[in-house]
Design a protein around this ligand. Structure first.
Ligand SMILES: [Zn+2]
Ligand SMILES: [Zn+2]
Length: 357
C-alpha cells in the first residue's frame, strides 16, 4: 500500500492524492500552509490555501497564479483523499494540512504558534497518526514570556526613546510579525511609520478585517520632507521595518535613533550584539519548547517527522518519551524566508536566512 505521505526532492507528497504540501520545486497541485517565502513559492500550476490566507498569498505570488481557497475545517477531496485546513496561529491564514486516506490521518503543521493573538486564528492540535511538525525553536532555552509583557517592554522602550529624542526603529518580519506588533503596541504613544515592505501587507490584513492602528508609509513621508511640506517628527515616532533595512541608507533619515528587533532569536544575547541592535524583544510567531512538546503530545501521533531548526534535539526528546520521531530534511528555513527581502545575511543561528520568526 502506498504511504499517505512521503518526502520527495520537490517536498511533501501524498501519493494517493497526487498533491504536494509547500513544495519547493514547481508541481501541478500545491497546498500551501502559509505565505512565507520558504513555504509558498512561485511556479506551481495550482494552489490551494485558506480563505483567510488568500489575500496574503495573492500578494506574494505572481499575478497570474491560479489560487483556490477553502475555509478552515471544510473538506476537499483529491482522488479519494480527504483534505482539510486547520488554524496554525502563525500568521493571517496560516494552516495545518490534514490528510485522511483509508482511515490513516497525517497532519502537516507548517509553522505554528500556540499563544493566541488578534491577527490570526488560534492554533488547535489535530489528532492524527503521522504528524509533521516544525521545530524552529526546539530547545528548552526557548521559553516565551506572555506577549503582554513583551508589548509593555516595547511601549516602555518607545517612550524612553521619545524622552531622549531618538526615533524608535523596530525590525520585524514584514508578513505577520509586523502586523502582530501593530495590533499589540499602544498607538496613543505617537505616530507609526512603516517601511515599503510592511505597509502593503498591513493593507491586506485590514482588507481582511483585522483592525490595525493608523500607519504611514515611510517613502511618501520622506518625499514630503524633501519638499519641506512636512517634517515628520521622527524622534517621537515608531518605525517598523524588515531586518534587511538594518544598516541601510534608508535608515539614515531617522537619525538619531534606537534600533530593536522583535524575534524569538533575541533570546540569545549574542544574536542582538552581532547585529549591533540596541534592544531585542523576544517575540516569536513560532511555538517555544513547551508549546512544541505539548502540541505534539496533544495530537496523539504515533509517528512524528520534524522540520526546521533544532529537529534532532526534539526528535531525541520525543523518542525518550516513547514517541517515534525523526528529523526530515526539507528546504524550510524557519525564521526568515530564503528569497525574502527580509532575510539578512546576519540573522542569528541556526539558519540565518529564511522565513519568519
Ligand atoms: Zn512561517
Ligand atoms: Zn517555515
Amino acid at each position: 500500500m502506498n504511504p499517505i505521505l512521503e518526502l520527495t526532492d520537490r517536498g511533501f507528497f501524498c501519493p494517493p492524492g497526487d498533491f504536494y504540501v509547500d513544495p519547493w520545486k514547481p508541481v501541478d497541485r500545491a497546498i500551501i500552509t502559509h505565505a512565507h517565502a520558504d513555504h509558498a513559492r512561485p511556479g506551481h500550476r495550482h494552489y490551494l490555501t485558506t480563505t483567510e490566507g488568500l489575500g496574503v498569498l495573492k500578494h506574494r505570488m505572481p499575478a497570474n497564479s491560479q489560487i483556490s481557497a477553502v475555509p478552515y475545517g471544510e473538506q476537499v477531496n483529491y482522488n479519494g483523499v480527504t483534505i482539510s485546513l486547520h488554524p496554525a496561529g502563525h500568521v493571517l491564514g496560516s494552516a495545518q494540512v490534514r490528510i485522511e486516506h483509508r482511515g490513516q490521518i497525517a497532519v502537516i503543521t507548517g509553522d505554528y504558534k500556540t499563544e493566541p493573538d488578534r491577527t490570526c486564528t488560534t492554533f488547535e492540535p489535530i489528532p492524527c497518526h503521522l504528524l509533521v511538525s516544525e521545530s524552529t525553536f526546539a530547545l528548552p532555552i526557548y521559553h516565551w514570556q506572555p506577549q503582554s509583557e513583551i508589548f509593555d517592554q516595547i511601549n516602555h522602550w518607545w517612550k524612553t526613546n521619545q524622552s531622549n529624542g531618538l526615533a524608535s526603529i523596530l525590525m520585524a518580519y514584514s508578513l505577520g510579525k509586523a502586523q502582530r506588533l501593530l495590533a499589540g503596541i499602544d498607538p496613543t504613544i505617537g505616530s507609526i511609520y512603516c517601511h515599503g515592505a510592511v505597509e502593503p501587507l498591513n493593507a491586506v490584513y485590514r482588507d481582511y478585517g483585522i483592525a490595525l492602528p493608523p500607519t504611514q508609509y515611510v517613502s511618501e513621508t520622506a518625499r514630503d520632507a524633501k519638499s519641506k511640506k512636512t517634517d515628520p517628527q521622527w524622534s517621537q515616532s515608531l518605525v517598523i521595518a524588515p531586518p534587511a533595512a538594518l544598516g541601510s541608507t534608508w535608515m539614515r533619515r531617522f537619525s538619531p535613533f534606537s534600533t530593536a528587533f522583535a524575534s524569538g532569536w533575541m533570546t540569545i544575547r549574542g544574536a542582538r550584539r552581532r547585529q549591533s541592535l540596541d534592544k531585542g524583544f523576544v517575540l516569536s510567531d513560532h511555538a517555544d519548547w513547551n508549546g512544541l512538546v505539548a502540541s505534539i503530545k496533544a495530537t496523539g501521533a504515533e509517528q512524528v517527522w520534524l522540520t526546521h531548526g533544532y529537529s534532532a534535539t526534539l526528535a531525541r526528546y520525543l523518542c525518550g518519551i516513547g514517541i517515534e520521531a525523526k528529523s526530515v530534511d526539507t528546504h524550510f528555513t524557519g525564521e526568515s524566508g530564503s528569497s525574502d527581502p527580509e532575510l539578512t545575511s546576519s540573522a542569528p543561528e541556526p539558519q540565518e536566512s529564511a522565513g519568519d520568526s
